[in-house]
Ligand binder design. Structure first.
Ligand code: 5OB
Length: 170
């Protein structure tokens, strides 16, 4: 029923302000890194989590009159409620805030935003349970390493996310 939503909005939406209200719903726009980036620039986000059966449309329409409403899905699968979707978005958004652990990481992220999946990573020791780190990574030959990583990215992307492959990598 709509009125519990009305009361909740009265409590969390300040008068004369238009915060962002995010309805987590499988019927929404797919959540992306670009959306996380954009949402991280707002200082007040409100998450409204529906159940699978959905929320009375008038709740969404009403929210639109007092807030900047977004309807967002985290992917094409069924959940019983939107809470876990909200938690995923909250993590993706808050880790972008200045001062959040390792802003150096976001610089690394930028340099890797070539639209391909990440290359496989290896740590120490160089042999673990009989499994070896690929020789090229131990060679110290930086150009070769770069080339190998790029190839691995293309292989992985072709295998797991062919939709991301631009024709330069086909
Ligand atoms: N499935 N994104 C994918 C979702 C979802 C289900 C939700 C909310 C967001 O609530 C049932």
């Amino acid at each position: 029923m709509p009125e519990p939503w009305g009361k909740a909005f009265d409590d969390v939406i300040p008068e004369g302000k238009k915060p962002v209200v995010i309805f987590t719903t499988p019927a929404g726009q797919p959540f992306t890194q670009a959306m996380a980036q954009e949402l991280s620039t707002h200082d007040h986000l409100i998450f409204a989590c529906g159940r699978y059966e959905g929320i009375d449309q008038r709740v969404v329409d009403y929210a639109g009159s007092v807030a900047d409403v977004r309807e967002i899905s985290i992917g094409d699968y069924v959940l019983n409620g939107g809470e876990v979707a909200a938690i995923a978005m909250i993590e993706a958004i808050t880790r972008l805030l200045p001062g959040f652990m390792g802003n150096a990481e976001s610089i690394i992220e930028e340099s890797h935003s070539d639209g391909l999946l990440e290359y496989p990573s290896y740590t120490k020791p160089s042999v673990w349970r009989g499994l070896e780190v690929p020789d090229v990574l131990l060679s110290g030959h930086h150009a070769e390493i770069e080339k190998w990583r790029k190839e691995q990215q293309v292989i992985r992307t072709r295998e797991n996310r062919p939709d991301l492959l631009g024709d330069e990598n086909l």
